[in-house]
Design a protein around this ligand. Structure first.
Ligand code: ARG
Length: 258
């Protein structure tokens, strides 16, 4: 009887210990289980099924979003016009062969006709794929917004990509980070001499004193999702993750979605 009670007690402490351990893990590592881009985290595999990786020679040069079965929306500054470009849908670890992946070539590039490389205005481009994506659990559309509302400063936005992380190297796995939009005034001040911040751009930065958060090289063209809506496209920034230096996003205003 005594040994039975002892065994029972051991089992209970065992359970308690396991519970305690998992609680600590949850507290210490908020994205424990499955959970940068700069200062972000790896997403659960295939949890952003609209993400497209645009690769040249197996290197992810830009991100994008599948907006229709044969169309990917990305940034106009992504220099892609080459035969070796491929668009990978349904990827998590993009540079390996994953059975969920669907790989396409680009049939046609539709850069915004008023894209200006020096001011970076109108930084958006549509890619027509050489085939029709099969929609499933791993490959889904991120439809364009059907109405437009200006995003107020301080709105929480998410951005994902396979771009450069704080290690200085591109990420093997898809990562995501959360940013907050900043006012256009503040953004204009930061980019005074180098770029034009118009009503067709959004600016956002990481709001954490300890952790820098930002998109970075290779994330360009990826979707910028504010308050759950497809709101913009990763465009440019001065460096990555610099304190007080917001990243700039093309805003999906009515002018563009029409
Ligand atoms: N232009 C970069 C690219 O081609 C994106 C940079 C975004 N930079 C930033 N600091 N938010 O991938």
């Amino acid at each position: 009887m005594a040994s039975f009670i002892l065994l029972k007690a051991r089992a209970v402490t065992g359970h308690l210990l396991a519970l305690l351990l998992s609680l600590t893990a949850v507290v210490l590592f908020p994205r424990y289980g499955c959970v940068d881009i700069i200062g972000g985290h790896i997403v659960c595999p295939h949890s952003r099924p609209f993400m497209a990786a645009i690769q040249r020679k197996n290197l992810t040069v830009c991100g994008g979003a599948l907006v229709e079965e044969q169309w990917v929306l990305t940034a106009a500054h992504c220099d892609l016009e080459e035969r070796e470009v491929r668009v990978v849908l349904g990827a998590h670890q993009v540079s390996t062969h994953e059975k969920e992946q669907q790989i396409f070539q680009v049939m046609q590039y539709f850069r915004h006709p008023q894209f200006d490389r020096s001011s970076m205005e109108n930084d958006l481009m549509l890619l027509k794929l050489n085939g029709i994506a099969k929609l499933n659990k791993y490959v889904q559309l991120l439809p364009l917004p059907d109405s437009y509302e200006d995003i107020k400063p301080g709105t929480r936005c998410k951005v994902a990509g396979w771009g450069v992380t704080s290690s200085g190297k591109p990420s093997k796995y898809l990562r995501e980070t959360t940013l907050k939009t900043v006012s256009r005034k503040r953004c204009e001040r930061k980019y005074e001499n180098s770029a034009k911040i118009t009503s067709n751009t959004l600016c956002a930065e990481g709001k954490n004193i300890f952790l820098k958060r930002d998109s970075c090289k290779g994330d360009s063209g990826g979707p910028f999702i504010c308050a759950g809506r497809y709101s913009g496209i990763v465009s440019f920034g001065k460096g990555c993750g610099r304190r007080g230096m917001p990243g700039v996003y093309t805003s999906l205003t009515k002018k563009y979605t029409d």
